[in-house]
Design a protein around this ligand. Structure first.
Ligand code: FMN
Length: 347
C-alpha cells in the first residue's frame, strides 16, 4: 500500500523516487528529507564520493502537508568523474554487477556502476524520511548499530578509531572490507504480518536483501538456533503487569510471521566493496582473453555504515506498508474522518 519507485543511475544527471500511497495530512517540509540525506555518507573518510544531495520535492505536498497524491523527489548528481570507469567498459569488475548486466541487457551504462551503484539508493534514504515520519505517528522507531567492521567487533567506544584504522589499511593494502549491521524496530504493535505470504520478516528480508552488497538477513538469534535445544532457544511466555509477552527475544519479535510485542531485531552481512585498487582477475571482453583490472574510480573502503542508513530507510518503508495493511495507519489521510467533507451516498 505504501509504494516507492526509484529511478536514475550513478552518473546520470539526477536520480529520484516516487512515493505512492502516502496519506494526506502528514506535515512535510524539506527538513524531513534533508535530515536523512545528510546521513547518506556518515564517515566521509571511508568514501571518495561525497555528494551535496541537492534535492527538490516536485509533487504531493501543498502548504507544508502531503495531499495524498504521489510525492516525487529529485536528487541531482554533481560529483561525478565518469572517465575513471572507461576501463570497465570491456573489463567487468569481479564481485560487481558489470558481468551480470552485460548478460542481461547487452547495452549498459558503464559509468560508476550505473543502477547497481550504492549511490542510487539515496532516493530510498529520502523516501525513508517520509516513512520514518509516518512511523513516529504510531510511536514506531527504527534504530541501528554496526556490529562488526572488517572482522572486528564494534562498540560505541571503538567505532571511530576502527573506522580510521580501516580507511588507513584500505589505502595501504588497496583492498576493502565489509561488516555486520543490526537494525531494531521498536514500538511495533502486535499483529503485523500474515501467516503465509507477507510474513512480516519475509517482507522485511525482501527489502533488506534488495540492498546491493547485502549477503544475508538474520532475524533474532537465527544463527545460534541451529546449535541450540528447543528449551534453550524458545522465548518463555510470561505475564507482567497484565500484559502477556515473550520474556526474551531470540525470535527477533516475530512468531508465525506476525509481530508479537518485542522489538523486531535483525542482522545483515555486508560483503566487502567489490571495486578496489588492487589488481583482480577478469576478462577483456573485446579481445575475449583473460585480463586484470584495478578500479580507479571512487569507491568505499568499507560501505557498511552507509548500508546501515539505507537499511533503516527500507525497514521504515516496510513497516509503514504493514501498518497500513493492518489498518493501524489510514492510507488515505491522517485528517480525522469527522473533519473530512461528509456526504450521504444514496442509491
Ligand atoms: C550505500 C552503498 C555503497 C556502496 N559503495 C560501493 C562502492 O563504492 N564500490 C563498489 O564496488 N560497490 C559498492 N557498493 C556495493 C555494490 O553496489 C554491489 O556490490 C553491487 O551492486 C553488486 O551487487 P551484489 O553485491 O548485491 O551482488 C555499495 C552498496 C551500497 C548499498
Amino acid at each position: 500500500m505504501f509504494r516507492v519507485t526509484t529511478w536514475g543511475e550513478s552518473h546520470g544527471d539526477s536520480m529520484g523516487c516516487v512515493i505512492d500511497g502516502c496519506p494526506a495530512g502528514l506535515k512535510m517540509g524539506p527538513d524531513i528529507i534533508r535530515e536523512e540525506l545528510d546521513r547518506d555518507v556518515p564517515y566521509p573518510v571511508l568514501t571518495r564520493r561525497v555528494e551535496e544531495n541537492r534535492f527538490q520535492i516536485l509533487s504531493g505536498v501543498f502548504q507544508g502537508e502531503t495531499i495524498g497524491t504521489p510525492i516525487s523527489i529529485i536528487i541531482r548528481n554533481s560529483n561525478v568523474e565518469s572517465d575513471k570507469y572507461l576501463k570497465i567498459m570491456s573489463r567487468p569488475r569481479p564481485g560487481h554487477a558489470d558481468l551480470a548486466y552485460r548478460m542481461k541487457y547487452g547495452h549498459v551504462d558503464w559509468r560508476g556502476g550505473s543502477r547497481a551503484s550504492g549511490r542510487t539508493w539515496a532516493p530510498i534514504i529520502a523516501a525513508g524520511g517520509v516513512a520514518r515520519s509516518l512511523c513516529s505517528i504510531r510511536n514506531v522507531r527504527v534504530g541501528s548499530s554496526i556490529v562488526e567492521l572488517g572482522g572486528r567487533p564494534i562498540t560505541d567506544s571503538n567505532l571511530r578509531s576502527e573506522i580510521e584504522r580501516l580507511a588507513e589499511t584500505s589505502a595501504k593494502e588497496e583492498d576493502a572490507t565489509g561488516g555486520i549491521i543490526e537494525v531494531r524496530i521498536e514500538g511495533l504493535p502486535p499483529g503485523l504480518g500474515a501467516p503465509a505470504f507477507n510474513r512480516f520478516h519475509a517482507d522485511l528480508g525482501h527489502g533488506i536483501l534488495s540492498i546491493p552488497g547485502i549477503k544475508s538477513f538474520e532475524l533474532g538469534s537465527s544463527r545460534e538456533a541451529a546449535k541450540m535445544k528447543a528449551t534453550e532457544f524458545n522465548d518463555p511466555i510470561r505475564v507482567k503487569n497484565g500484559i502477556v509477552a515473550p520474556a526474551s527475544n531470540r525470535a527477533g519479535g516475530v512468531l508465525g510471521g506476525i509481530t508479537c510485542g518485542p522489538p523486531v531485531v535483525f542482522r545483515a552481512i555486508v560483503k566487502p566493496t567489490p571495486s578496489v585498487l588492487s589488481f583482480q582477475d577478469t576478462v577483456d571482453l573485446t579481445k575475449m582473453e583473460n585480463a586484470t583490472i584495478s578500479t580507479e574510480g571512487r569507491f568505499d573502503a568499507n560501505y557498511t555504515p552507509r548500508v546501515l542508513v539505507v537499511a533503516e530507510a527500507v525497514s521504515a518503508i516496510v513497516t509503514v506498508d504493514h501498518l497500513m495493511i493492518s489498518g493501524i495507519l489510514d492510507h488515505d489521510s491522517l485528517v480525522p474522518r469527522q473533519e473530512r467533507l461528509r456526504y450521504d451516498f444514496k442509491t
